[in-house]
Design a protein around this ligand. Sequence first.
Ligand SMILES: *Cc1c(COP(=O)(O)O)cnc(C)c1O
Length: 419
Amino acid sequence: MALKQRSDLYRRARELIPGGVNSPVRAMQAVGLDEPVFMRRGSGAEIEDVAGNRYVDWVMSWGPLIFGHADPATLAAVVEAAEGGTSFGAPTRAEVELAEEIVDAVPSVEMVRLVSSGTEASMTAIRLARGATHRDRILKFAGCYHGHADALLASAGSGLATLGIPASPGVPSGAAGDTIVCAYNDVEAAAAAVARWGEGLACVIVEPVAGNMGVVPPEPGFLETLRALCDASGALLVFDEVITGFRVARGGAQERFGVLPDLTVLGKIVGGGLPLAAFGGRADVMERLAPAGDVYQAGTLSGNPLATAAGLSVLRRLRDPAVYERLETTSARLEAGLASFGRVQRVGAMLTLFMRDEPVRRFEDAQAGDAERYGELFRHLLARGVYVAPSQYEAWFLSTSHGDVEIERTVGAVADFFR
Ligand SMILES: *Cc1c(COP(=O)(O)O)cnc(C)c1O
């Protein structure tokens, strides 16, 4: 099937927007496209480009759309909210209700603050950890992405890894100099780092299931060890659950793996597809935030009515365990269908098909996958109406809109490629 002609949008975009896109991975360079696919609408598990080609979508806006595109209940909630005004810059009832919903769902979260992006949430969680501990250093893991704040742009996954940029110009050496980077799943390295720098360590931040180097589950004992190291050193444990929150379980990876952090960063699903993120955790730490405490953070559109309405609509429906049972079943089916074509790593409704046979435990393993081959697979699938993550360092995301039809079509197209 030949794709219908695309438009001149990319040419115009490149004259106006650096690289033609508003977030680097959208350029789809990692999979060898000479121009990105411009999308115009979506419905359920399907997305449509500006030329009218339709695809089964396994990207789902990088994870937020747990009920699929243009989910009617979410839309209704947003429209109703919009009719009452889009932003007040004053507190609203919906913010309190969303906070209640988050605190009820996420085991370690006692208090929460709403912000507008995952970057903002993790950046502020780091500031809060530093403010609360009066320490500067942070420990992160190679291949984990926590947004693009300066201190966190040391050896991040996704966009950076994809583009092969080790760190970014414009980040002062001082800002990244307090960031210690260890290999994911390497408990000895983490223990050695804490032994060496523990006194000055404000926090250890980790994706409890890595999703930005492809899906890499925590090995048994990894998260538990981080918890113990933090307890012994006085550093705070921060789980970046921007992807895993409300996805691998209602209460995120902390529920699924039974390890509780001090602070949790949320994004993506929590905003129901609108720009909303959050961070929360122990009340004594959260109360250090202004105006209750002295650690500053603010936001004009934080907790705005549209995003809060979308988040509330989605989170309320995620109280139903049947949602997670369905996601687990369909995800397991997709995994089984793909398993003979490479190394599939899955936790709940997120998975990656790595172009290698050996397990991927850390970033170096992911980098050893055949990116060229993955690019060929991506282009093959795109031509057959299947849109998967445009980089091997990303997850495929399932929604409740995905079912047997989408799985059969996708697995069939993948099988064709390997034939
Ligand atoms: C997407 C993501 C972020 C950043 O969120 P934005 O809303 O894109 O700023 C942070 N952490 C993780 C784990 C993510 O996947």
